[in-house]
Each structure stands twice: as structure tokens, then as C-alpha cells.
Design a protein around this ligand. Structure first.
Ligand code: ATR
Length: 287
């Protein structure tokens, strides 16, 4: 039987906005598990000591968000294949005293695209914009999902090349043609349109528009921003004028949380109603 003292948290800076406690309370109620899930604000540079303090107070596992995903990866003693490829993690837990790390962001995104949006990824051409932690975290699961071609583009080209090189073996094994280029080179490549264009860059956070060619999207394409709420609008409003399907990162948020919950608690919660409920909350007009 689960113990009422089982304690989890989400660590970030800032963290007050996080929906994770709400999500995990829903999952715990649905699966009848007794657990506590908080928010923990740690000072930048203090991840290791902050985590040690939380552990001393009985923490069993946590989600990790901006800007600590790379610190968490560095601290972990065991990494899942997804975390190793991303070199960043969003899920930590202790197993027989060993600190383990996984990255559920990419599996969450793929589940949102295929299950929630009903969009098949097999054989598709994908453009991923951004080779930071977010872009690196989704690449492996997109390759695993059977995409035929993935182009990773980044403002700083060398980062896209490095992340793509790290995924080359997996791409070869899965029959996925994986390539990388700088954002400035993208529009000059004379690309045919992509089936899916994913904005995994942090440009949206600052409300910045990335200059992209209209030719990247066709009417049938799906455009996704990994952010949700106002931050996702700059890219998605641009995309909505060029393609018929747009999607923000709310579904991915719910799905990555469900995958973390399954790692810790051994059962994968249903997400459909939870996503519907969260969508209504997020989209409700602010008074
Ligand atoms: P995250 O974990 O959210 O991915 P990150 O690791 O800091 O955060 O990466 C931010 C990503 O957004 C990077 O790919 C960054 O490009 P650079 O590698 O060139 O810095 C990208 N990014 C941020 N602001 C951008 C902008 N205005 N235009 C294009 N890309 C931007």
C-alpha cells in the first residue's frame, strides 16, 4: 500500500506558475494513491544542496523544470536512454538509494500528437526549431515514433549539429533521415513543406517572432509550440494563417506528467479528462 507520507515535488525557478501539483493531485485521486506533491523554488546554483535537503526531509522523487534540467542530469547516478540522449532530465527518483533520471518530455509530446491529436507520425517529415534542452528532449522519441525525416534547426548552428550527431545511431537504427542546419540557412534551403513543424525554441517566452518562410508549412501541416498560453501565440498565430492544424504544449504538459507519475507510482493515469479540465482552466478569461 502506498504510504500517506510519500512525497514528491516540482523544482524550478520560477515555480509559482507550475501546474504540476494540480496534475499530480488529479492522477493520485484517479489511481487512489496517497501522496503529497509540492512546488520547490531553489536558488540558481543551489540545485544539488537544495535537492539533498529535500531528500533529507523524505522526498522520494521530483519533476525538474527550467533552469535545472541539466543540473539534474549531471547529479543523477543512473540515466534512462531518453535522458542520456537529451542530456537533460525532468524526472528524478531514488531507487535503493540510487538517484535515477528520465526525460518524459518527448514521450509526452509524441503521445499528445498521436493519441490526443490523432496525428500519425510514421513516415512524416518533421522540422524541429530549437536545439536547447526542450529540442534535445523531444528528438529521440520523435525518431522512435517512426518519422521518416527530421530536420533540426537552431539559431546557433553548431548546437543543432551536436544534438543531431548524438542521435545519429538511433536515427540510423530507426531508418530516420536526421539532419541539422542553422536557422539562417533554413529559409534558403528551398524546402518542401513539412508535415509537422515544432517550435521548441525559447523565442516564444520573450514574445519574439522567428522569421520563417511560408514554404515550410502546407495546408495539411501540423504546427506545434511547446509553450502554452500567451507564450505560444506568436508562433501559432503565424502558423494558423498557413496551415489547418495548430497545437500548443498543454497536452504535452499533461502527458509528460502522466509518464513521470507512472515511473514513480507504477500506474499510468488516464489523461483525456484531465487535459480537458486543464484546458478549460487555462482558457478561462481572466477576471
Ligand atoms: P530550453 O530548455 O527551453 O530549450 P535553452 O536550453 O536555454 O532552453 O534553449 C533555448 C533555445 O531557444 C535555444 O535553441 C535557443 O537558440 P540558441 O541555441 O541559438 O541560443 C533558442 N532561442 C532563444 N531565443 C531565440 C530567438 N529569439 N530566436 C531563435 N531561437 C531562440
Amino acid at each position: 500500500m502506498p504510504n500517506a507520507a510519500d512525497h514528491y515535488t516540482v523544482i524550478g525557478n520560477p515555480i509559482a506558475h507550475s501546474r504540476s501539483p494540480w496534475l499530480h493531485a488529479k492522477f493520485a485521486a484517479q489511481t487512489q494513491q496517497a501522496m503529497r506533491y509540492d512546488r520547490s523554488l531553489l536558488e540558481i546554483g543551489n540545485f544539488a544542496s537544495g535537492l539533498a535537503q529535500l531528500r533529507a526531509n523524505g522526498l522520494q522523487g521530483c519533476n525538474v523544470t527550467v533552469p535545472f534540467k541539466i543540473d539534474a542530469f549531471a547529479l543523477a547516478q543512473w540515466h534512462s536512454p531518453a535522458a542520456s540522449l537529451a542530456q537533460a532530465c525532468n524526472t528524478l527518483w531514488w531507487d535503493a538509494g540510487v538517484l535515477k533520471a528520465d526525460n518524459t518530455d518527448g514521450v509526452g509530446l509524441v503521445r499528445d500528437i498521436t493519441h490526443n491529436a490523432g496525428f500519425k507520425l510514421q513516415g512524416k517529415r518533421i522540422l524541429v526549431i530549437g536545439a536547447g534542452g526542450a529540442g534535445a528532449g523531444i528528438l529521440g522519441p520523435l525518431i522512435d515514433a517512426g518519422c521518416a525525416h527530421i530536420l533540426l534547426t537552431n539559431r546557433t548552428p553548431i548546437k543543432a549539429t551536436e544534438v543531431a550527431n548524438r542521435h545519429a545511431t538511433l536515427a540510423l537504427a530507426c531508418g530516420c533521415e536526421l539532419s541539422a542546419c542553422g536557422l539562417d540557412d533554413l529559409n534558403g534551403l528551398g524546402q518542401q513543406a513539412f508535415d509537422v513543424v515544432i517550435n521548441a525554441s525559447a523565442a516564444s517566452l520573450g514574445g519574439q517572432h522567428i522569421h520563417l518562410s511560408d514554404a515550410l508549412l502546407a495546408p495539411h501541416s501540423l504546427a506545434i509550440d511547446l509553450m502554452y498560453g500567451q507564450s505560444s501565440r506568436v508562433f501559432l498565430d503565424w502558423a494558423a494563417e498557413r496551415c489547418s492544424q495548430t497545437r500548443d504544449g498543454l497536452g504535452m504538459l499533461v502527458e509528460q506528467a502522466a509518464q513521470s507519475f507512472a515511473i514513480w507510482r507504477g500506474s499510468l493515469p488516464h489523461t483525456d479528462n484531465v487535459l480537458r479540465e486543464l484546458r478549460a482552466i487555462v482558457d478561462a478569461p481572466t477576471p
